[in-house]
Design a protein. Structure first.
Length: 115
């Protein structure tokens, strides 16, 4: 049986900066990269330069990273109990696939946690 786990970081607009950081600090290699503007579907002008998908290789590990096209609620509230989404939130999703001869089907699970 083979188990592969690939973390995916969903950013609130700073994915390009994070990719540059991982390249510099962790010697990451960009395997795939696409902005929303490069996608075949139309998108608002404000999203055109945002990262729609990226896959980095760090040593033997992979990391997916992209900007969320929508505002991710922070779960924070102001002093009166109203939602306070003034600062973008980052979410980490862990994708896991399990394959093997003893398994007849492909299994995939995802866990999302706000940071």
């Amino acid at each position: 049986m083979t188990i592969n786990i690939t973390p995916c970081i969903v950013m609130g607009g700073s994915a390009k900066e994070a990719i540059l950081f991982y390249e510099r600090v962790l010697d990451a290699t960009v395997v795939q990269f696409r902005t929303f503007g490069e996608m075949s579907m139309p998108c608002p002008g404000s999203l055109k330069e945002s990262v729609a998908y990226s896959l980095l290789k760090i040593g033997e590990n992979e990391l997916m990273l992209f900007d969320s096209p929508i505002n991710i609620p922070t779960g924070n509230t102001d002093g009166e109990g109203n939602p306070d989404n003034s600062s973008p939130q980052t979410v980490v999703t862990i994708n896991m696939s399990i394959t093997g001869e003893e398994m007849k089907t492909y299994s995939k699970a995802a866990i999302s946690l706000p940071l």
